[in-house]
Design a protein around this ligand. Structure first.
Ligand code: ATP
Ligand code: MN
Length: 148
């Protein structure tokens, strides 16, 4: 049971807590891990009359920076998995809606469990659940373990 566990992470503290438990769970069950970071898409809010020098340059810079950050986030988890001697794949994707990418990759890589944080980068503890977790819970057809 639970042969491939999906660990979606935005690199936040609550996600790190979920990853820690996900790794421990994979270790005790003999499962493999799939780590996923969903990068945000480049977007700009432009005021009327504001002149943009070159949007392509800005977009390129944004994409390079987020890709670098994403690599760092998933590689750190892969290193921890390696230390625990657990097989681990890493995925980086770009989507304006992380929960959609989470569900898409869970299906694509045949994950049978998703382990994620109750909160993420925004981390408003006063809110019951982060919006991505809430949407994954609503739409997922496989079990989801929410770490608080
Ligand atoms: P919100 O984004 O709704 O303002 P939040 O950032 O506190 O609030 P979520 O974004 O729902 O909460 O994060 C909860 C969990 O969802 C994280 O711990 C992580 O497991 C996962 N997650 C969130 N964003 C991403 C992402 N971009 N890529 C991969 N996993 C993510
Ligand atoms: Mn978030």
């Amino acid at each position: 049971m639970y042969t491939n566990i999906l660990l979606p992470t935005d690199g936040s503290k609550p996600a790190a807590k979920a990853i820690k438990q996900g790794i421990a769970l994979a270790k005790s069950l003999g499962s493999k891990l799939t780590v996923l970071n969903v990068m945000p898409e480049f977007q700009m809010v432009i005021d009327e009359g504001f002149v943009i020098p070159n949007i392509d340059t800005l977009k390129k810079r944004f994409d390079e920076q987020t890709a670098k950050q994403a690599r760092k986030i998933v590689d750190a988890v892969a290193a921890d998995a390696k230390t625990a001697r657990i097989k681990c794949d890493t995925i980086i994707d770009q989507d304006a809606h992380p929960y959609e990418a989470i569900l898409k990759h869970a299906k694509k890589t045949k994950c049978d469990l998703i382990v994620m944080g109750s909160h993420g980068r925004t981390g408003l503890a006063s809110i019951l659940l982060g919006s991505e977790t809430s949407k994954v819970l609503t739409h997922s057809k496989i079990p989801v373990l929410v770490v608080r």
